[in-house]
Ligand binder design. Sequence first.
Ligand SMILES: Nc1nc2c(ncn2[C@@H]2O[C@H](COP(=O)(O)OP(=O)(O)O)[C@@H](O)[C@H]2O)c(=O)[nH]1
Ligand SMILES: [Mg+2]
Length: 222
Amino acid sequence: MSRLTDSPQYCGPADRDRAWRVGIGGPVGSGKTALVASLCERMKATFPIGVVTNDIFTTEDADTLRRMGVLDPDRIVAVRTGCCPHTAIRDDIGANLDAVEQLERAVGPVGVILIESGGDNLTATFSYGLVDRQIFVLDVAGGDDVARKGGPGVTRSDLLVVNKVDLAPLVGADVDRMLSDAKAARGTLPVIPTAVRHGQGIDRVIGWLVDERRRTLAGPGP
Ligand SMILES: Nc1nc2c(ncn2[C@@H]2O[C@H](COP(=O)(O)OP(=O)(O)O)[C@@H](O)[C@H]2O)c(=O)[nH]1
Ligand SMILES: [Mg+2]
């Protein structure tokens, strides 16, 4: 299975001076904001980091992250999409690109910008005009058959995170089966189980991000 980055639409970072951008998508409530918060808290000492959130009608996720104090408030910018979340991250990315620019103007060079999508269904993916890599977040409480249901986020995102593994016994979900379904759907593409709320699996996600960033910035090999 090839990943979305291999598609002809992917142009790569047009300007290597700009921040490396990572999209975080997935269904409502799967743990996207929790993942963003945890990544900010653990990575900000090493990388100048920024966040763009997408909500349909409010700035709820940005407000939450500011309240949690995971970053300086001016490093968190909210986009109010006013439309289906996937429209703003895939079809008409102008508002998100403006938010990225606003962030970089406000705080100077940023090493990594995390762009959280509004919660959407299994069909949502980011345009590679907006992000360099994308993470899709599922959670075991959404049903352990979700990985089998497929969709581009499950099958071709650069990283699939299966979150809330701590809840598996409570909701009767079979995590091993979910992981093996996901691996079968994704071939060599990575899958990381997490319990973000308890810090479980976050170091693996950070390791993946650091490697992918290094690889992107190094450019194509000789
Ligand atoms: N038990 C458990 N709850 C989690 C975990 N990650 C997130 N949550 C909770 O799930 C709910 C939705 O998380 P949120 O990050 O807002 O989801 P989003 O809609 O995808 O951004 C919140 O109450 C989180 O505290 C986890 O690993 N385990
Ligand atoms: Mg959220």
